[in-house]
Design a protein around this ligand. Sequence first.
Ligand SMILES: [Zn+2]
Length: 229
Amino acid sequence: MNIDSSYRSPNFTDRRIPVEFVVLHFTAGSLQRTLELFLDPKREVSSHIVIDTNGSVYEVVPCFSGQALRAWHAGVSRLEVNGSLRDGFNDFSIGIELVNFNGNLFPYTEAQYSSLCAVMERLKALYPALARPEAVVGHEQIAGFRGKCDPGRCFEWKRFFALCYPGQGAPGREPLCSAEVAASLQGMVDSAGVQYDPKTGLATLPQGVDHTFFNGLSKLSEDLLSKKA
Ligand SMILES: [Zn+2]
């Protein structure tokens, strides 16, 4: 697996973290837009790893050395694990961003699943806590109460666990976004004229439709879903 480490984010805390979890996200924008955000010190966001639709892997905050630094991907977050409450996942997790304008609408590509598994193999070898499938969660499992709904309905958790944790079962990972909310987002995408190619994962955006439109969709779903959570 080829890892591009030439884009380094200034947005991290310069301190080693113990790695107990991996948190999966979608970017809500193109690779280029995502790297722009992560490299902008004013944005104060980052993730350790970004996986593009073509499977290319970018290490934006160090983690492949075996000494992960603290990236800023999870925000306010919590999860009950074996009866005790864990919160503040940036302190003990690696964040992986999958490039996708909206993972509640658009499928992830073959290349992304395959790179994700290669990445997980590397990380499992470095961080023993990741040997258990329970160690991989979506942002929606730990921040659904804020309406975070990534990686979303289109992420195939069963396929992911079968590929990356063969024979180890598949912990339940229900999407937060309801079919109803997804349908209303789909309506907006359709009326904006967005075309999506499931093979390449590339969306064709009409004139005037850019990341602002998809940020709007994410904001809308956060508002709708945080009320219910
Ligand atoms: Zn996220």
